[in-house]
Design a protein around this ligand. Structure first.
Ligand code: G1P
Length: 307
């Protein structure tokens, strides 16, 4: 049973152009790229539902019709499968349409993650809420979001997910400076910088795409000037919140579990391989092939290029 907590709504920004995956994302939203056999975004919605948060608001942009269709009924396809008596496929087609209570708002101008979150204000109202970024998949066996909701409820604070990253990767993330608390996996956030210049990161603790935010963030976002890349950055608004003790500040949950980054091409391929290796239907065959393929590449390094 998912635990009960004060947060009931989830916001998933999904207005990005997916330029890193062109041409695959020319006509297909990047959120719809498959990870094994499900669109990446479905894993994220499943994560929200697993912790008891089925109210999901997508902040979308143009060309996101495929995403909306995916979380809707596909009546023609369902009727064909039903006539054929193909219960298994019918179940797979319909599960995403009954998974969550899905809502949509358009971002309009692509002015940054902070701007996308601000677009959720009318739907969320005066309540705390969770923000889940579609590029980060958290392994279903890990309970990161649940822990973040618990910390929010216990400490009445905004919570970000933090992970140690290689120093060479720090410029790709929001980076936090922190102080310890009385709990091993919880830190108090003292400083935040969005995508620091290479070599200048103040730590190696990076924000990964999970946030639990108090509604005060909307007021702060409204007054946040464009930052890195000329965009309104959620990280900058969170820095303002971190400096405001009266508003409860910002805490971080340090995640030491399994995260798959589907926003980067190489990591996206790794995520597919890792998750497929664990599947009962695909794992045995894939693992066997991988072992043979690696041995072959060691014997003849150019083989990997040809196959
Ligand atoms: C966003 C945030 C960044 C965070 C990252 C996590 O950046 O702005 O602070 O570290 O997500 O994935 P993006 O990767 O969308 O550019």
């Amino acid at each position: 049973m998912p635990m009960r907590h004060s947060v009931t709504k989830v916001v998933i920004p999904a207005a990005g152009l997916g330029t890193r995956f062109l041409p695959a994302t020319k006509a297909l939203p990047k959120e719809m790229l498959p990870v094994v056999d499900k669109p990446a975004i479905q894993y994220v919605v499943e994560e929200a539902v697993r912790v008891g948060l089925p109210d999901v608001l997508f902040v979308t942009g143009r060309n996101k019709n495929a995403l909306e269709n995916h979380f809707d009924r596909a009546t023609e396809l369902e009727a064909i499968l039903m006539r054929k008596g193909d219960e298994e496929r019918l179940q797979r087609v319909s599960e995403s349409s009954v998974l969550a209570n899905v809502h949509y708002v358009r971002q309009g101008d692509p002015l940054g993650l902070g701007h996308a979150v601000l677009r959720a204000k009318a739907h969320v109202g005066d309540n705390s809420f969770a923000v889940l970024l579609g590029d980060d998949l958290i392994d279903p066996r890990d309970t990161l979001l649940e822990r973040m909701l618990q910390v929010h409820d216990q400490r009445d604070t905004c919570v970000v997910a933090l992970m140690e990253v290689d120093a060479a990767q720090a410029h790709l993330y929001g980076i936090a400076t922190v102080e310890p608390t009385d709990e091993d996996d919880v830190v108090r956030v003292r400083g935040l910088v969005e995508k620091p210049e290479p070599g200048s990161a103040p730590s190696n603790l990076a924000i990964v795409g999970r946030y639990v935010l108090k509604p005060e963030i909307f007021r702060v976002l409204e007054g946040t000037a464009p930052g890195r890349g000329g965009e309104i950055q959620l990280t900058d608004a969170l820095l303002t919140m971190a400096e405001d003790d009266a508003a409860g500040g910002v805490h971080g949950v340090v995640f030491r579990g399994r995260r798959y980054d589907t926003g980067d091409k190489l990591d996206y391929i790794k995520a597919n391989v890792m998750l497929a290796c664990e599947r009962e239907d695909l794992g045995p065959g894939l693992r066997e092939w991988l072992r043979e393929h690696v041995l072959e590449m060691e014997r003849q390094p150019e083989v990997g290029l040809a196959t």
